[in-house]
Design a protein around this ligand. Structure first.
Ligand code: AMP
Length: 212
């Protein structure tokens, strides 16, 4: 999927000065992580639009498949809509791998919502070399539980009651944080304070990754 913002930049490399960038020898590959309420999807969308990166959202990809009138579509629909649990790591990994393959290698990439567990990260690490893309970098947007609960309660969706929010945050800590530790052991996680205003978070991500 090419993000609509691509049209604004005919040559994203030139605009973001890739030759000066110490981290990326080729088009950037970003993984954005953070608890619910941290604003990671907002930041992923901003970066995609500003720099012409392709944005691959795991939830979006699965919702697309769930629309299909196929065996896979029915299975995904059942899992995400009826059972409300995560799809199998192999399934989401195959889906994301195919989406990545469709992105031109000279276009930057942002992954939002994948990988999100140790099992997914292991599969990701296995298939990544096959994509022929350069190194990936991880941005972790931090937010305290207290602030996450405050923000999500304000959002006011039926599933945003404090108890439900806390349950989802717990799953973030039990499933996603062990993966973040593994990524840190691989030496590539940048931490950004998500309690700051959206524009300041954006500015710090851009500065940290040397996109400016
Ligand atoms: P989201 O849009 O991130 O809220 O995701 C919607 C639903 O898609 C989730 O509740 C999960 O059932 C499923 N999902 C999203 N991302 C993943 C993932 N990385 N692994 C497994 N299931 C996922």
């Amino acid at each position: 999927m090419r993000f609509a913002g691509t049209e604004f930049l005919s040559d994203p490399f030139q605009k973001i000065g890739m030759s000066d960038c110490p981290f990326f020898m080729s088009a950037p590959n970003l993984i954005i992580l953070g608890p619910q309420g941290s604003g990671k999807t907002t930041q992923a969308e901003l970066l995609a639009k500003t720099f012409g990166f392709a944005l691959l959202g795991a939830g979006d990809a699965l919702r697309e498949i769930a629309q299909e009138d196929t065996e896979l579509g029915r299975k995904v629909r059942q899992t995400i809509n009826v059972e409300g649990r995560l799809v199998e790591p192999e399934l989401i990994s195959t889906v994301i791998k195919e989406k990545i393959a469709a992105v031109p290698k000279d276009q930057g990439l942002i992954l939002d919502g994948y990988p999100r567990s140790l099992a997914q990260y292991e599969l990701f690490r296995k298939f990544w070399p096959e994509t022929g893309r350069g190194d990936d970098q991880v941005v972790f947007i931090e937010l305290s539980d207290q602030e996450a609960v405050k923000r999500l309660t304000k959002r006011g969706r039926p599933d945003d009651m404090p108890a439900a929010i806390r349950t989802r945050l717990q799953s973030f800590y039990s499933e996603t944080m062990p993966m973040v530790s593994a990524m840190e052991a691989d030496g590539k996680v940048f931490h950004i304070d998500g309690a700051q205003p959206i524009d300041e978070v954006r500015r710090q991500i851009v500065a940290t990754l040397h996109f400016n």
